[in-house]
Design a protein around this ligand. Structure first.
Ligand code: HEM
Length: 145
């Protein structure tokens, strides 16, 4: 059994699942924008749809994130070693969690619908933060690790 390939397979697949749910959320938020920023008639139903989607998305994203981190740490422990860039990568993952969670608590959770398009843009800022951190982690992984 090639454990290194198996672990890398688990690591990359769980990252892809996590990353995929973030992209899917962006498309859902974009699709629901007219209903959640428009006249209040349809808001309740679409807010419910958004809540259900986020519940399901969070489950997959959580599992993907935890599996990516655990398999990454196991890869480093048994195969790769503890280089400076591994610690940079771990630091970036920690920062990603801090930045996204604090922005969700500060700017996303207080939103009530319908809201102005301006306020709704906070969702897109959350995605910008998340994708920037993904890009930094992937750059470190492919060019520096
Ligand atoms: C604590 C967190 C993490 C640790 C300790 C870690 C560690 C590692 C290690 C040791 C490798 C193997 C490198 C090699 O063999 O050249 C690897 C590969 C990889 N990691 Fe992570 N990783 C972590 C999180 C992440 C995250 C969050 C992502 C995505 C954003 C990610 C994306 C990748 C990818 C795409 C590869 C495959 C690179 C290749 O095939 O050359 N990792 N990681």
């Amino acid at each position: 059994m090639d454990w290194f390939s198996l672990l890398k397979f688990i690591h990359v697949t769980s990252f892809a699942a996590w990353f995929g749910t973030v992209f899917a959320s962006l498309f859902v938020l974009r699709t629901l924008q007219p209903e959640l920023t428009g006249p209040p008639e349809n808001t309740a139903l679409h807010q419910q749809l958004l809540k259900k989607f986020i519940q399901l998305e969070t489950k997959v994203a959580d599992a993907g994130f935890k599996t990516a981190v655990i398999s990454g740490l196991v890869l480093a422990f048994f195969f790769y070693g503890w280089s400076v860039w591994i610690f940079v990568k771990i630091g970036l993952v920690i920062l990603q969690v801090i930045f996204t969670m604090s922005y969700i608590i500060k700017a996303i959770q207080p939103l009530t619908y319908p809201c102005s398009t301006d306020k709704y843009r906070k969702w897109y800022k959350l995605f910008a933060i998340s994708f920037t951190m993904f890009a930094l982690i992937l750059l470190v992984t492919f060019f520096l690790l």
